[in-house]
Design a protein around this ligand. Structure first.
Ligand SMILES: C[S@@+](CC[C@H](N)C(=O)[O-])C[C@H]1O[C@@H](n2cnc3c(N)ncnc32)[C@H](O)[C@@H]1O
Length: 265
């Protein structure tokens, strides 16, 4: 089960995964045509609560849903307190028509495409918004986005991970594509908008290693092999950043859609 992988690395995830830039929340609020302040939001696959806290900080009333109890325990250890439900995004334990926004931050690819979007549409009020987004390092041109050129050290870092982690799925692979959520939304009859939001992450090499430890493709290696990858990468990144501080170009892929305003569409 995918949530068990994350439960094993909840501590690292909570310590070092990056947040999302303001532009993500701004774009979602613009499509909602409302402030997030006071909005009823369901954060599916909320994990340790990175997006939950971003939404709460903007005044949203958030229900965080995840099957991973250790991830949710981390979420609840933070001071801001959303509603928290242990549950499955493929069968949301919520009434129909109650939410202004259903979102998946870095989580939709763990769900079943049609079931999850069907559930989001059911739980949304008429005119509500479903949104999914992912943070990734920005290696430059992809078929989806031709902006930017990744620094050599970052390209090399991702290529080494691709070579040593069989479960790696990321921009170092030529066949890499963003999760097909826009397709799933379109197949549910929704009119989808997509956006790329670029930002720069300042992070220490130590935190970059904690972050790496929290990725499912590293967790899947097992303790010994994961430790070896981390040891090697700490050394390589120290060569790239002798002062121990990295500037990592990042980008968020965002897909979102609004449901019909009433039964007549
Ligand atoms: C990469 S984490 C994202 C966590 C958080 N949203 C964030 O932005 O950091 C993916 C999360 O999806 C959760 N997940 C896996 N399967 C799920 C399912 N069927 N329903 C809901 N969440 C699920 C995992 O437990 C994990 O917490």
């Amino acid at each position: 089960m995918s949530h068990e992988v994350f439960d094993r690395v909840a501590e690292y995830y909570d310590a070092a995964r990056p947040g999302y830039p303001d532009g993500v929340y701004d774009a979602v609020a613009a499509l909602c045509a409302m402030s997030l302040d006071g909005a009823v939001v369901v954060d599916v696959g909320a994990g340790t609560g990175i997006a939950t806290r971003g939404l709460l900080a903007r005044g949203a009333r958030v229900t965080a849903i995840d099957p991973g109890q250790r991830m949710l325990a981390r979420l609840m250890a933070h001071s801001a307190s959303p509603g928290v439900v242990v549950g499955d995004g493929n069968a949301l334990p919520l009434r129909s028509g109650v939410a202004d926004l259903v979102c998946y931050a870095q989580s939709w690819h763990w769900l079943r495409p049609a079931d999850s979007i069907g559930e989001a549409v059911r739980v949304l009020r008429p005119g509500g918004v479903v949104a999914a987004w992912w943070n990734t390092v920005d290696l430059g041109a992809t078929p989806d986005d031709a902006q930017g050129t990744g620094p050599d050290w970052l390209v090399a870092f991702e290529r080494r991970l691709a070579a040593s982690c069989p479960a790696y799925w990321g921009p170092a692979l030529p066949q890499w594509r963003v999760p097909q959520v826009a397709k799933a939304m379109g197949e549910a009859g929704l009119d989808v908008q997509e956006a790329w939001i670029h930002w720069v992450r300042q992070v220490s090499v130590d935190d970059m290693m904690l972050d790496l430890r929290s990725h499912s493709f590293v967790a899947a290696l097992g303790e010994e092999a994961a430790a070896e990858v981390l040891r090697r990468e700490r050394g390589e990144l120290r060569k790239a950043a002798p002062d121990g501080e990295l500037e990592v170009p990042m980008r968020v892929y965002l897909a979102m859609a609004r449901t019909a305003r009433d039964a007549d569409g």
